[in-house]
Design a protein around this ligand. Structure first.
Ligand code: BG6
Length: 459
């Protein structure tokens, strides 16, 4: 059912945290830009009604969006509410009734996956699944086997082209710019390979802890939370081959090929860390060995990348909140080799600001035979009407464009890479909050030339 505009949006979990922080503000902006003018039906369990949902939507948009009355009035005209238990067939008959004449509704499951089986079954039995598409939230399973079961369940009632698996990193413009930048600039392709690239490293640092998400985080950890999904997507964008055409499947095919060429994670390629104080966080189990930091090394066994090491590092309670990529280049042998003090690099900052920087060597001041590294930077001008990641992915899903969603084979291949490691027993090293993870990292998982620790300019 690709490329058909949806004519209604039903979102389950309307009173939840995700709806409050992300979904209401995104829907509001979609309405404001004229991208959403179909009925929006919020579904939730418990003691709720339309009036309460309207108040919650208002509070959410006031807190996390750019609230203004005129758009909000349009929002209220579109918003409806259906209350009831997700296992009760009556709930879905009421959803069907609320859908009225809609032929291509989108059902957005913003609820824990444990509820998916009953919802999917009820959607079909009530007739709500007919002509519909379904959006599912991350986490998509907790390992290969659960993800594959989830896929089987979804695909028993919906076709793959009607399933939209959210990874909000694919809604981020700077993440998509990685592919764009590589393939629109003819300068890069000749050097974007094992002959010239020495290593690549991706750092996703957050300067805060697990906040109030102990129950979720303690059974998840950094590898499942952000590496298996968000950071693998970044890695694929950096390393995929150019697609034959720009349709969604050609692009997604290339990403899957990258994952298939990666050697699954081995114990010697990972260092896990846990910040001191984690065990005292609410809802964390006693003696938990869940990681709040991980650094990994990967190899892509393809003609382009064979032998190049790729490093990924992510963690909570690190010195800054920043996602950055550093691609280092090899020195070419020449009479100048001994003067080249550092490797060339390209640095992509994804957030909090967006930067593309080339690190080049220039003559050191007042010395003719010494070099210093200097960056030539391009800072894309901030785009005032820039879409938030959720707004972008929901707009795409409503329009039937699956490019920026994870396909079935992609999520399964991504899980295969970490599955054996996650099911094995491995050490977790303690680190002090506000540092770059446990000391063992620099010894065991360290890119040639060291980790690039992003710094932020003080405002
Ligand atoms: C989520 C993770 O998927 O991504 C969080 O569950 C993480 O732990 C968040 O903080 C980071 O997203 P962003 O868009 O703020 O970089």
């Amino acid at each position: 059912m690709a490329q058909v505009n949806s004519d209604a949006l039903v979102f389950y979990g309307a009173t939840g945290d995700l709806a409050f922080k992300k979904i209401f503000p995104a829907l509001f902006l979609m309405i404001k830009r004229g991208h959403l003018h179909v009925p929006i039906i919020g579904v939730a369990r418990g003691d709720y009604d339309l009036e309460k949902l309207r108040l919650r939507a208002k509070e959410s948009i006031q807190r996390y969006g750019n609230f203004e009355e005129e758009t909000f009035a349009r929002f209220l005209e579109l918003l409806a509410f259906v209350g009831g238990d997700y296992t009760d067939p009556q709930t879905f008959l009421r959803v069907r009734e609320a859908l009225g004449a809609a032929k291509h509704p989108t059902h957005y499951l913003a609820i824990p996956p444990i509820l998916f089986p009953s919802i999917i079954a009820q959607l079909e039995q009530s007739g709500c699944a007919k002509g519909a598409r379904v959006i599912v939230e991350k986490p998509f399973g907790t390992d290969y086997s659960s993800a594959s079961d989830l896929n089987k369940l979804l695909l028993s009632k919906f076709s793959e082209s009607s399933v939209y698996r959210i990874d909000h990193y694919l809604g981020k413009r700077p993440v998509n710019n990685l592919v764009f930048f590589r393939f629109v600039n003819s300068l890069l392709e000749p050097v974007w390979n094992k002959k010239h690239v020495e290593s690549m490293q991706i750092t996703m640092a957050e300067d805060f802890g697990i906040q109030s998400r102990g129950a979720f985080y303690d059974v998840t950890g950094t590898i499942r939370d952000v590496i298996q999904n968000h950071l693998f997507q970044i890695l694929c964008n950096l390393t995929m081959e150019p697609p034959q055409t720009l349709d969604s499947e050609s692009i997604r095919d290339e990403k899957v090929k990258v994952l298939k060429a990666i050697t699954p994670l081995r114990a010697q390629d990972v260092v896990r860390g846990q910040y001191k104080g984690y065990l005292q966080e609410k809802a964390v189990s006693e003696g938990s060995k869940t990681e709040t930091f991980a650094a990994i090394r990967l190899h892509i066994n393809s003609p382009r990348w064979d032998g190049v090491p790729f490093f990924i590092r992510a963690g909570k309670h690190l010195p800054v909140t920043c996602t950055e990529i550093l691609v280092r280049f090899k020195h070419l042998p020449s009479a100048y080799s001994s003067i080249a003090s550092k490797p060339n690099h390209i640095r992509f900052r994804i957030s909090p600001d967006v930067t593309v920087a080339f690190g080049m060597l220039i003559m050191a001041p007042e010395e003719d035979m010494a070099s210093v590294l200097s960056e030539v930077q391009g800072n894309p001008t901030p785009f005032p009407k820039e879409k938030d990641a959720y707004e972008r992915v929901l707009t795409d899903a409503m329009a039937g464009d699956p490019t920026h969603f994870a396909r079935q084979d992609y999520v399964e291949e991504a899980w295969k890479l970490v599955d054996d490691y996650l099911h094995s027993d491995s050490p977790v090293f303690a680190y002090d909050p506000g540092t770059w993870g446990p000391e063992e990292v620099n010894e065991l998982i360290c890119p040639p030339g060291g980790w690039n620790n992003p710094t932020l300019q003080k405002k």
